[in-house]
Every structure is written in structure tokens, then in C-alpha cells.
Design a protein around this ligand. Structure first.
Ligand code: CAA
Length: 395
């Protein structure tokens, strides 16, 4: 078993770290506080190739593996998770979905703009009454012959105020249940697309999250992704990869809080010595380091399984479940280590604690991840041990 990264992967990690520390850190507190969308920073992410990392170079992307994407997500999330959620949705849910399941015409039309950040993409699955229960889609896309007529409302849409492309999940034949659901590429300047108010959120406050309304939007037939009725499976497959992105975001939030806590505890003195030398704090650092490393292994493993072409659905749910719980637990600890300073904005850790919470909710709550994992355990007779039973010869 080999754990080292390649030179290319290390270079990506270093480039993302430099970008996050130099370009994201300086304004991150103000953007969060005033809910300012990171326009310039997203533009830079596009120029640096962070918005279409896994897209093939022929479509304007970086052609990189999932592990490189995870490394970049981790570094950017240490500093600014508003930027990293925009990055994750664009890479994992929108670009990867179109590239993997789209037609050649869809790929050539949309990927070059999405991969470079000229356009930003949104993934529109959640509805006022269909969050975790994703098959209960009320948004309809009725087949009108040469086009579909799209009507409905989508909730909590990341990049909803700025995106130019939506991947929309909608019901085309209610009587078929989830087998009647389709996925479509919708451009936001088409007639009938309107954007609701921006949500005021606990965390990731500078990302723009909106309700979206579709009213008699004419979607050309050629903008349906995959066969008729493939939409729910499309959403599930795309979310399996998306969860690797959010798991790496959670990992980055936890690791960012840990790095700040180590630095602070070595500087801050009480009772005549740095607080890192008090066992009460030192043991917290030890627990943080250990559990963050365990999360890192799960997250990197899920990306590796995807890169190897192996089944990664349950692995990505495990990674997201564990990394998001670690992020929540250890950002709270980071605030505690910082004491009164941890409770004010200047020291960053209170923001990381607020940002951590959403990683337990979006792209499938922790409870949904447990459903996915437990169903796999039961189906496979409680033998979920893919790494130990897989060899490279099996790939
Ligand atoms: N890959 C392929 N097919 C899959 C699949 C997967 N990973 N998971 C399920 N399916 C298939 C099943 O095989 C089944 O197909 P058949 O009937 O042909 O066998 C079909 O999909 C229905 O599956 P289930 O019976 O398991 O469906 P369910 O109603 O029990 O729900 C669920 C399954 C896992 C709970 C699913 O509804 C789910 O993932 N919910 C959470 C939704 C979610 O993650 N939302 C996030 C919103 S996006 C977001 O947050 C983006 C953002 O902006 C940050």
C-alpha cells in the first residue's frame, strides 16, 4: 500500500495553498461578514484552473485526477469555504455530470465555458418539499414534442444568483416514480427562469444561495442529459462524486482550524508557559491531529477509488460522514483552544465552526450518508472491506 503523492499532485496542493493564503485569506472575514460574493476570487480560480480540474483538456479543463481535485479543495477550504463550495459544485456536480453523461454537443457547448469559469454552474435538485427525499420531485418537465416545458421551484441553490447554467432535475412522468425523472441543462437567461431572494446563512455566507423558479421554460430536447428517465440515477451518480468534494471541504475546514490552533497555542502563554504545553490543550491537539488524519485517509481513499475506476459510492458517503463530523467537532475545539479570541471574527476559527455545520447537511445529510452505507452493508452481507479485498489486478 502506497501513501505518497506524485510530484504533480504535490504541485497542485502547493499552488492551491499559495492561492488560498495569498488571495483568499486577506478579505475572507469581510466577505463573510457582509455576504459579499467573491467575484474576483472566483475569476482567479477560473484562470488558475480550479473550476474544471477533472475536465479533459480538449474541453478546456485540467485533465487531472480526483485526488488532485481533493488536495486543492482541502487547501482552499482551510481558508474560504464559500469559494470552495462554488468550486465543488462546478467541478463535481455540473462539469463531471455533463462530461460523463452528456452528448458530444452538450460537452462542446458547455464545458469550455464552465471549466474556465467564464460561466458558473448550479445543480438544482432540492425543492421546498424534496430535500433528503429526492425522488419526491414536484418540478415538472413535460414532453411537448420538440421541447420540454419546465415548471417548479428549487431551493438552496449554490451559486443561484450568479450561475449561467443549471443542471435541473425534474419529473416528466409522475406515474413512473423515480424512473420518470429527467435531468436537463438549462441556461439562466432563457425566458421563464427567475431568481429568488438570496438566503442569509449561518456559514459559507459569501457564496450566493437562492431559490430558483421555472415558469413555462422551454427546454430543447437536446438539453436532456442521458436517456429518458435517467435523471434520478444521474443525480445519484453525480452526488456520489460530489460527496468526495464536500468531504474534502470538511477535511479542509478541520485542518484549517487545527493549523490555527497549533500556531495559537504555541504563542499564547498562561501560567508561565505556552498553552500547548498544558496537557488540557496538548491532548486536544493530539485528538484533532489523529481524527483529522483518519478523515484524510477516508477522503483520499474515496478519490483514489474513483480514479481507479472502482466502486466509490459507499466510500464517498463514509468519507463525507466522517470528515463532516470531524470538522464540526474540532472547529468547536479550536474555538475553545482560542478562548475569548476564538469567539471573535479576527481569529477565523468562529467562521470555520459556522462553515463546518453545512458539511453535515448539503449533498446528503449525515443521516442520508448512514442510509447509503447501511444499505450497502446489508446488501453485501456486512462485508464492506473494498481496499483489503481489492488488488490492482482486479481494477
Ligand atoms: N448510483 C446509481 N443508482 C442509484 C444510486 C447510485 N449511487 N443510488 C440509488 N440509485 C438508484 C437505485 O438503484 C434505484 O434504482 P432502481 O429502482 O432501478 O433499482 C433508484 O436509484 C432509487 O433508489 P432508492 O430506492 O435507494 O431511493 P430512495 O428514495 O430510497 O432514496 C437516497 C435514496 C439515497 C435517500 C437519495 O434520495 C438521496 O441521496 N437523498 C439525498 C439527496 C441529496 O444528497 N441532496 C443534495 C442536494 S444537492 C446539493 O446540496 C448541492 C449543493 O448546492 C451544495
Amino acid at each position: 500500500m502506497r501513501f505518497e503523492l506524485t510530484e504533480e499532485q504535490l504541485a497542485v496542493k502547493e499552488a492551491a495553498r499559495e492561492f488560498a493564503q495569498k488571495e483568499l485569506k486577506p478579505g475572507v472575514i469581510e466577505r463573510d461578514s457582509k455576504m459579499i460574493y467573491p467575484t474576483d476570487q472566483v475569476k482567479m480560480m477560473g484562470e488558475l484552473g480550479f473550476l474544471g480540474m477533472m475536465v479533459a483538456p480538449e474541453y478546456g479543463g485540467g485533465g487531472m485526477d480526483s485526488l488532485s481535485y481533493v488536495l486543492a479543495m482541502e487547501e482552499i477550504s482551510k481558508v474560504d469555504s464559500s469559494c470552495s463550495v462554488i468550486m465543488s459544485v462546478n467541478n463535481s456536480l455540473v462539469c463531471w455530470g455533463i462530461e460523463t453523461f452528456g452528448t458530444e454537443a452538450q460537452k462542446s457547448k458547455y464545458l469550455p465555458k464552465l471549466a474556465t469559469g467564464e460561466w458558473i454552474g448550479s445543480f438544482c435538485l432540492s425543492e421546498p418539499e424534496a430535500g433528503s427525499d429526492a425522488t419526491s420531485q414536484r418540478t415538472t418537465a413535460i414532453d411537448m414534442g420538440d421541447h420540454y416545458l419546465l415548471n417548479g421551484t428549487k431551493n438552496w441553490i449554490t451559486s443561484g444568483g450568479t450561475s449561467k447554467v443549471h443542471v435541473v432535475i425534474a419529473q416528466s412522468s409522475v406515474e413512473l416514480g423515480h424512473k420518470g425523472i429527467n435531468a436537463f441543462i438549462v441556461e439562466t437567461d432563457w425566458d421563464g427562469v427567475s431568481i429568488g431572494a438570496k438566503e442569509e446563512k449561518l456559514g459559507i455566507r459569501s457564496s450566493d444561495t437562492h431559490t430558483i423558479m421555472y415558469s413555462d421554460v422551454k427546454v430543447p430536447k437536446e438539453n436532456r442529459i442521458g436517456e429518458d428517465g435517467f435523471g434520478f440515477k444521474f443525480a445519484m451518480k453525480v452526488l456520489s462524486g460530489g460527496r468526495i468534494g464536500i468531504a474534502s471541504q470538511a477535511l479542509g475546514i478541520a485542518a484549517g482550524a487545527y493549523e490555527l490552533s497549533v500556531a495559537y497555542s504555541k504563542e499564547r502563554e498562561s501560567f508561565g508557559k505556552p498553552i500547548s504545553k498544558h496537557q488540557a490543550i496538548a491532548f486536544k491537539l493530539a485528538d484533532m491531529a489523529t481524527e483529522i488524519e483518519a478523515a484524510r485517509l477516508l477522503v483520499y481513499r474515496s478519490a483514489w477509488l474513483k480514479d481507479m475506476g472502482m466502486d466509490y459510492g459507499t466510500a464517498s458517503s463514509m468519507a463525507k460522514l466522517f470528515a463532516s463530523e470531524v470538522a464540526m467537532k474540532h472547529t468547536v475545539e479550536a474555538v475553545q483552544i482560542h478562548g475569548g479570541y476564538g469567539y471573535v471574527k479576527e481569529y477565523h476559527v468562529e467562521r470555520l465552526m459556522r462553515d463546518a455545520k453545512i458539511t453535515q447537511i448539503y449533498e446528503g445529510t449525515s443521516e442520508i450518508q448512514r442510509i447509503v452505507i447501511s444499505r450497502d452493508i446489508v446488501k453485501n452481507d456486512n462485508l464492506y472491506v473494498p481496499i483489503m479485498t481489492s488488488t490492482m489486478e482486479n481494477v
